[in-house]
Design a binder for this molecule. Structure first.
Ligand code: HEC
Length: 117
């Protein structure tokens, strides 16, 4: 089960042009099996995105994207995933890219329906 999930995740990530070097060492155990918004997703967003993408952020929801609520994260899922996993342009500048464990956490959450609890 867990193995099938990982293979699916690798295929999806690979299909998005995600570099194989980044995939090496993706530890399925490093990401929670059933991530929740409050315990995992919001923590990643707060750590990586909401300094610029929130109502009270400095640029103030940069480019119209706020990631400070579950509804906003789900509404902008396409562009969000694109910038962190495909084009890898966010977070910008010299900021560290999201780790494979963080990406796997976000992806599992979305695939499992993106519940807001
Ligand atoms: C240091 C501030 C900063 C951080 C941190 C940041 N962003 Fe951005 N983001 C911006 C700015 C400024 C823009 C608008 C200009 C641009 O596109 O560079 C933007 C634009 C965007 C856009 C829309 C434009 C596009 O490129 O598609 C998305 C989606 C996005 N960011 C997602 C994210 C996500 C997801 C994170 C967290 C992983 C994040 N950003 C972290 C500043 C930031």
């Amino acid at each position: 089960m867990a193995r099938a999930g990982l293979v699916a995740a690798l295929l999806v990530l690979g299909g998005c042009g995600f570099g194989t070097d980044t995939l090496e060492g993706v530890d399925p155990e490093a990401a929670p099996e059933e991530p929740t918004y409050s315990e995992h997703v919001s923590v990643i967003m707060d750590l990586r995105c909401t300094a610029c993408h929130a109502e009270d952020a400095q640029p103030g929801e940069a480019e119209g994207y706020g990631f400070d609520t579950c509804a906003k994260v789900k509404r902008a899922w396409g562009p969000l995933w694109n910038t962190v996993a495909v084009s890898q342009t966010m977070p910008p500048g010299g900021a560290e890219r999201l780790t494979s464990a963080e990406l796997l956490t976000l992806q599992r959450w979305r695939e499992q329906g993106g519940r807001c609890d």
